[in-house]
Ligand binder design. Structure first.
Ligand code: SF4
Length: 397
């Protein structure tokens, strides 16, 4: 009742359709709540065996883990550590570095000293770099079986076994073994799966099972099909990603479709959204996919309307300021930023906190209750103060 009274006060300054919008919004809210319950219960997660990578559990019932990869020169310890710490602050949970030569291997211990995230070394072509990276103390390595000789892979596995280092077998459509490319007429989903299975056999022959798999392609349908096929054939944890996904918009769309489709089918234990550019931008995209599917309710979820001719506040500026201020927060909180009272109160009432805009002012909603009218110039400080006090002690749900 309080919020209806508040809404009436609010609307006295805002001549729009009154009670109908409220009634409609309440109905939509109830339908949405019902849909949420059914939607979440539709996801039945594939049971992968659990492995531990530098203290982070992967597979089984562990949360789907968000990963990224640095794009600094690994030999530059300062720059690489700084980027890893920026990724950590943004919410990244495992980080990979390229290790292209011996100088990069030598940088590993110093980088490890300066960071807190589990560290994975990405190795191509040179098995000795993989062996040495393991000896320098990385938590995991990623090798591409398409470009390392089978006998050399055995050497890597032997060293990883001694040190209990996780290995990701990272099959990539761009570097599929030639015989498979010939046999399957290119990097098809089936060819990627056969490549992964071949390598699993080498690892298992050595008695090694600290394995994670990825079968990446820049072609979304191929990637989806490859993961579906491998998910039915093994119980090793799967790292999902659409490779070479492009800049922000394309990367977000391709990853949401590729990673999102698989997660919705219960497939996937770690994910990476690959973006050309600063890898820190990958992290909010990854969490956005997880939140959209109700897989991990982590980080602030901002609901904002597209605005229309009814909006009389600068909603874009408000949304960007609030988004920027909340980057890196892992606590879940739903914030509704709405341009007007048509959908504003309904969305705001469904959120932990929200604002429905008016003409130079807005109504602040908390936990479904309209609390006070605030002037537009005070939107950001008031919202941030309220959000910070709500987030105190709040955890991922
Ligand atoms: Fe327009 Fe936003 Fe109001 Fe919807 S909530 S009517 S999009 S201003």
């Amino acid at each position: 009742m309080n919020d209806i009274i508040a809404l009436a006060v609010f609307q006295s300054n805002y001549p729009l359709p009154k009670i109908n919008s409220r009634v409609i919004n309440l109905s939509i809210k109830n339908i949405r709540k019902l849909a949420h319950v059914e939607y979440s219960s539709l996801i039945k997660r594939r049971k992968a065996r659990t492995i531990n990578l530098g203290g982070v559990p992967i597979g089984g019932d562990a949360p789907v883990v968000v990963q990224s990869m640095t794009n600094t020169d690994t030999r530059d310890v300062e720059a690489t550590s700084a980027q890893i710490n920026a990724l950590d602050e943004a919410g990244c949970e495992i980080v990979r570095i390229a290790v292209p030569d011996n100088d990069a291997v030598q940088a590993i211990p110093e980088i490890k000293k300066r960071i807190h995230l589990p560290l994975v070394a990405d190795i191509h072509f040179h098995y000795q770099l993989a062996v040495d990276a393991i000896k320098q103390g990385v938590d995991g390595i990623r090798i591409n079986p398409g470009n390392i000789d089978k006998e050399k892979i055995r050497e890597i596995v032997k060293t990883a076994k001694e040190r209990r280092t996780v290995i990701r077998i990272g099959v990539n459509a761009g570097s599929l073994q030639k015989d498979l490319a010939r046999e399957y007429g290119g990097p098809t989903a089936e060819a990627l799966v056969v490549s992964a299975l071949r390598n699993i056999k080498i690892f298992e022959d050595e008695g090694f099972d600290l394995i994670k798999l990825s079968l990446k392609s820049s072609d979304v349908p191929t990637m989806i099909e490859a993961y579906r096929l491998i998910a039915a054939k093994t119980d090793y944890p799967l790292h999902l990603g659409v490779t070479e996904a492009g800049t922000l918009v394309d990367a977000a769309i391709k990853s949401a479709l590729g990673i999102g489709t698989l997660l919705y089918e219960g497939i996937g234990d770690t994910i990476r959204v690959s973006v050309t550019g600063n890898p820190v931008t990958e992290i909010p995209l990854a969490y956005s996919i997880l939140r959209a599917l109700k897989i991990r309710m982590v980080g602030p979820e901002i609901v904002s309307c597209p605005t229309c001719g009814r909006c009389q506040i600068d909603l874009l500026a408000l949304t960007q300021k609030i988004e920027n201020a909340l980057i890196g927060r892992k606590d879940y909180l739903k914030v509704a930023l709405m341009g007007c009272v048509v959908n504003g109160p309904g969305e705001a009432a469904d959120a932990d906190i929200g604002i429905a805009g008016g003409h130079g002012f807005g109504m602040l909603f908390k936990k479904g209750k309209a609390t006070k009218k605030i002037a537009e110039k005070n939107f950001v400080p008031v919202l941030l103060e309220e959000i910070n006090s709500m987030l105190k002690g709040k955890k991922e749900v």
